[in-house]
Ligand binder design. Structure first.
Ligand code: ZN
Ligand code: FE
Length: 281
């Protein structure tokens, strides 16, 4: 039997968006023929970070599950893992933020809980912008105000995002550091909202991708091949875009990620992932 794995999914513990119960999501994944399923809710964010983070409160206050919910979350995944063990292999995980300046907090978190987690994603959702760290994926208006104007052009924001992604690959987060890197072009979520900007990749961005893929290959890190962007009206491409994969043909493991928050998201874009293997590998 071949493996069909969804490596990036959310749950009712995510404080943003319309969220379905993880058991229902898992049942749907089983129906859709998935054999492997990683539950990767946003890990709690450091309180100190929430205080200093700039911009609208919503993405900051809802960017991670509540610390008080975390053990319930682990227990629930554990329970479902057993209950459905003959149907699907469930991994307990988190989507963890790489937050510049909060490396120690993040390492402590992993030291404390890493033994209970078996498949994690490291993502960048916040970079330096107007007033300090800013969410990159909240709304196009917020992206414009906090990042585009701050860096002067879309390409500059993109280039800074890739720099932070590259940095996240080598940051010391201890022995439980995530083995998969999340949606490495999330900065393009609102690209269609800025028709006057140049959205192609500059030569230096290509060099950054080359360097990122090289380092990931060296460390045998997996890449989240994430389908969420395809379904966003302002994005309409995968993270990372197929063009980037074609151009660089990275020698790393690409793991399909639906980034499901809702029942209808389960399995979305899987044919794109499938076709990628048929035509480009
Ligand atoms: Zn979420
Ligand atoms: Fe994410």
């Amino acid at each position: 039997m071949s493996i069909k794995w969804d490596g990036h999914t959310h749950t009712e513990y995510c404080p943003h968006g319309t969220i379905s119960d993880m058991e229902k999501l898992i049942q749907k994944a089983i129906k859709k023929g998935f054999t492997h399923y990683s539950v990767t809710e946003h890990a709690p964010l450091p309180e100190e970070f929430k205080k200093i983070c700039s911009g609208p409160r919503y993405p900051i206050d809802t960017g991670g599950m509540l610390q008080n919910d975390f053990e319930h979350y682990l227990n629930k995944v554990q329970k479902l893992k057993k209950k459905y063990s003959s149907d699907i292999k469930i991994y307990t995980g988190v989507e963890l933020d790489y937050l510049v300046g909060f490396e120690n907090w993040t390492r402590d978190f992993l030291d404390e809980y890493g033994a209970y987690l078996d498949d994690n994603i490291l993502s960048v959702h916040f970079i330096e912008g107007k007033g300090g760290l800013r969410a990159i994926d909240y709304t196009s208006a917020d992206f414009d105000e906090g990042l585009l104007r701050y860096y002067g052009s879309f390409q500059n924001v993109q280039s800074e995002y890739l720099r932070v992604i590259r940095e996240s690959l080598t940051v010391d987060l201890g022995i439980f550091k995530p083995r998969r890197i999340g949606h490495i072009s999330l900065v393009r979520k609102f690209l269609q909202a800025f028709p006057c900007e140049i959205k192609t990749f500059s030569n230096s961005d290509h060099l950054k991708y080359e360097d990122i893929f090289g380092e990931m290959e060296k460390q045998k890190l997996m890449l989240d091949f994430n389908m969420a962007g395809i379904f966003k009206v302002d994005c309409r491409e995968t993270y990372p875009p197929i063009s980037i994969l074609k151009e660089h043909s990275p020698k790393i493991e690409l793991i399909y990620g639906s980034d499901s928050h809702d029942l209808q998201d389960i399995g979305r874009g899987y044919s794109i992932y499938d076709n990628y293997w048929k035509y480009f590998s």
